[in-house]
Design a protein around this ligand. Structure first.
Ligand code: PLP
Length: 379
């Protein structure tokens, strides 16, 4: 490892690929996969992750959250379908048509504008419909008003309803079984109504997220949308670790910037929230909340140095924090610091960081600064 670097995140693209293959083994043979790579692939790098997955035969395409995320993928040469999971604002409709980026639709005004845009361009645009079965976030209702919306969508000459999806609110909770079943039943019966009453079979029907892929393979339908598990992280502590084998893809490293001894009674960092109870050796780590390392790890978090745990003392600053070197007398300035990942027999997971910081693993990886934490890719 380059001793000159302040901080970096190493992303194992091979692990991401293996995680996808491992999840696919828990799905029925015909179910395809969509890789959810919103928020720059949960901080792992959307272009690199998409590039590493593009040739997987069971991969239908990618899901992102915004038009700009979709466009970045197209500009990088990604050819498979891209679906925008949230509301897409009208300023980019012509580019959606141009670049064959699928929007999710659930408002009638969107249908009209998209249809007119595609008509003007003499093209057809594939769309997916969002069905709200229990998130109360986006989506048409699985009742007569939803059927009415589907009718309007099918009447748009320049739009093709390629897919319909719903999103599970509680698939990652043991107590969420009934709620998840209810959501699935609403989804399946709505799609059946579309078939019977409107005579249209929606080609891609999908409802599973990561937790669904692991816990409810019977609900996978035509496709599943894999997010957090693709990165080797877990949707929650309540999802079984025994069904699908996953390997965390990201590790974060730094180096010790400075080591000093402090006397008993010496305060450490802003506010003096930690005071040395005895003479101590303290290392300064050149990483902070400006990099996305949670300030709430102040006096709580830890890092690995020489395979041993070094605990944070005092507040995490914007660019630096301090750890106690108790039990690690061999530590020197310039030594490797593992902020997330494995060192010897010890590991710090995104889940550990999420729990200790009072946030959660998804948030930690998404918040890692793109500008300040360079990503390095291995296969
Ligand atoms: C983010 C998102 C996903 C992926 O969720 P994970 O829990 O990371 O698997 C799937 N579907 C929709 C609609 C989403 O917004």
């Amino acid at each position: 490892m380059d001793m000159n670097m302040r901080v970096k995140a190493v992303v194992d693209l091979g692990a991401i690929r293996d995680n996808m293959i491992s999840m696919k083994k828990n799905m029925h043979e015909n179910a395809r996969m969509a890789a959810v790579i919103k928020t720059d692939a949960y901080g792992h790098g959307a272009v690199q992750v998409a590039g590493a997955l593009e040739d997987l035969p069971f991969l239908w395409g990618y899901c992102v959250a915004t038009f700009e995320e979709a466009q970045e993928l197209r500009q990088s040469g990604i050819k498979k379908p891209i679906l925008i999971l949230g509301y897409t604002f009208p300023y980019c409709y012509a580019q959606l048509v141009e670049e064959e980026i699928r929007p999710v639709v659930f408002r009638k005004d969107t249908l009209k504008e998209l249809d007119e845009t595609a008509a003007r361009m003499g093209r057809n645009l594939a769309i997916h419909v969002a069905l709200d079965t229990g998130m109360s976030r986006i989506g048409v209702k699985p009742d007569d008003s939803g059927i009415d919306f589907m009718k309007a969508a099918l009447a748009c000459k320049n739009l093709t309803v390629e897919g319909i999806f719903t999103h599970f609110a509680r698939a990652d909770e043991e107590s969420g079984r009934d709620a998840t079943q209810r959501q699935f039943d609403l989804f399946a019966s709505f799609n059946k109504r579309v078939e019977e009453e409107l005579g249209y079979h929606i080609p891609i029907q999908d409802c599973s997220n990561s937790a669904g892929i692991i816990t409810y393979p019977q609900y996978n339908e035509d496709m599943a949308r894999a997010g957090i598990t693709m990165y080797g992280l877990w949707p929650s502590d309540e999802v079984s670790r025994d069904i699908v084998a996953l390997k965390p893809a990201m590790s974060i490293y730094s180096h010790i910037a400075y080591i000093k001894e402090i006397d008993a009674g010496t305060p450490v960092s802003y506010g003096g929230t930690f005071t040395a109870p005895q003479k101590m050796t303290i290392a300064t780590i050149p990483v902070g909340y400006g990099d996305g390392y949670p300030r709430s790890l102040s006096n709580k978090g830890n890092v690995l140095i020489h395979g041993k745990r070094a605990h944070i003392v005092g507040r995490v600053c914007m660019d630096q924090f301090m750890v106690s070197l108790e039990g690690i007398p061999e530590a020197k300035e310039g030594d490797l610091v593992t902020i997330m990942g494995r060192d010897g027999d010890e590991t710090i997971s995104a889940e550990d960081i999420g729990r200790l910081s009072g946030r959660f693993n998804y948030e930690f990886v998404c918040d890692l600064s793109e500008k300040r934490v360079p990503r390095e890719y291995i296969r």
